[in-house]
Write a protein that binds this ligand. Sequence first.
Ligand code: GUN
Length: 295
Amino acid sequence: MTAKIIDGKQIAKDIRSELKDEVAALKEKGIVPGLGVILVGEDPASKSYVKAKERACEEIGIYSDDNRLPADITQKELISMVKKMNDDPKINGILVQLPLPEHLDEAEVIMTIDPTKDVDGFHPVNIGKMVIGEKCFLPCTPHGVQQLLGRSGAEVSGSHVVVVGRSNIVGKPVANMLFQKNKNANATVTVCHTGTKDLAYFTKQADIIIAAAGRPNTVTADMVKDGVVVIDVGVNRVEDASKKSGYRLVGDVDFDGLKEKASLITPVPGGVGPMTITMLLFNTVESAKQANSII
Ligand code: GUN
C-alpha cells in the first residue's frame, strides 16, 4: 500500500480561511480578537515560532501585542507582565513561548495566566476540564492532530491509537483527547514512552500511531501493520551538508519506509507543524467570542 500524504499546509489554510471570515464578522460588531505574545531570550527556534505566530495573526486580522524580553528578566518582572495582560481587555489570549530560560519558574508563569485567556491550553484548570470532558481551551498541537485525523477522513472512533511519548504538551493531552466520547475521538488509547519494554509489540497493534517521542526513526516500517495511519509530531534537526543551513528537519518516524505501508501519513515539515499555530488562532478567536458572550 502507498500512503496518501496528509497535507497539513492545506488543511491549516482551510481552517485559517474559515477563521479569517469569522474575524471579519466579529470586526463588524466592533470586536478585534487580540493575542499577547511574550518571548524571553534569544533561542533561535523559539524566535522563529513566535515570528510565525505573529505573522499568522496579522494574516487573519488578529491584533497581536508582541513583547520581546531579555533572557535575564526576573521572575517577578515576567509575572507582572502576564498579570498586566490578564487585566487588558484588548488581549483575549496570552502566549508565553516555552521553554523559558533555566532561572525562570515555568509552572508559576503558566499558573499566573488567567485560564479564560490561556489559549495554549496549558493551565491546570484547562487541563483538568479537558480530562473530565468539559468545554475548555484544548492544547494546540494535540487539537491540530485531531483536526488532521478528522479532516483527512481517518476513522478514529473505535480504533486503537498508540501514542509514543508522554510530554505535557503533546503525549498526555493527545491521549486524553482521543479517548473522550467525542467526534474524532472515542478511540482505545495506549501510551508508550521511554519506559516501554517492547515498543514494536504495541505499535504493531495500532490503527493510528501518534509519534511524539522527540527522536528520529522511533517508528519504522517493520513496527507497524499495513494500512496504519501515522501522525508524526516530531521536529528534529539532522545534519545535512547539502543544505545551506547545514541541517534538515525530520520527524520521529521513518517516513520513506512507512509511506509504503501506511494508508495515511503526515510529512515533516508540512504535516502537524502548520496546525499548531492554526489552533492557537482558533482558540484566540474562541476566547474573543467568549469574552463578548458570543457562542
Ligand atoms: N513551545 C513549543 N511549543 C509551544 C506551544 O505550543 N506553545 C508555547 N507557548 N510554547 C511552545
